[in-house]
Design a protein. Structure first.
Length: 127
């Protein structure tokens, strides 16, 4: 029966090494709680959130805590490479000014705008 799991640990059950580590962390946490009265019970991110949400702290302290917590709350946007069809460039960087002007005038002609250069202070789209 290749490909089908037939025995062993159930999915999600920690192995013996992980179980020992988790138990050791629990013991260490209880020792720390006993040694430090009123110790914060959450993790580092929870602590940062309590600091930046507490108006009793200065703005500078709250801003620093918010900046430290931000990467755990909001993912950074990935850079996206913009390309045209089949990975080609979106525009031809070799396009010269004359070709660019011709392309612009062709678009204007299609939009039924006769001569946009006759008066630069008038909006050609309103005539």
């Amino acid at each position: 029966m290749r490909g089908k799991k037939t025995g062993g640990r159930q999915k999600g059950t920690p192995n013996k090494a992980n179980a020992r580590v988790q138990e050791a962390l629990k013991v260490a946490a209880s020792v720390i709680e006993g040694a430090i009265p009123n110790a914060f019970k959450g993790d580092a991110h929870d602590y940062l959130m309590t600091v930046y949400k507490d108006p009793r702290h200065s703005t500078q302290v709250r801003n620093d805590a918010a900046k430290a917590a931000l990467p755990y709350e909001k993912h950074r946007l990935n850079a996206v490479e913009h390309t045209g069809k089949d990975g080609a460039a979106l525009f031809n960087s070799e396009l010269n000014h004359r070709d660019l002007a011709r392309a612009i005038f062709a678009v204007l002609r299609e939009a039924n705008i006769e001569d946009p250069t006759h008066d630069v202070h008038q909006n050609p789209l309103t005539h």
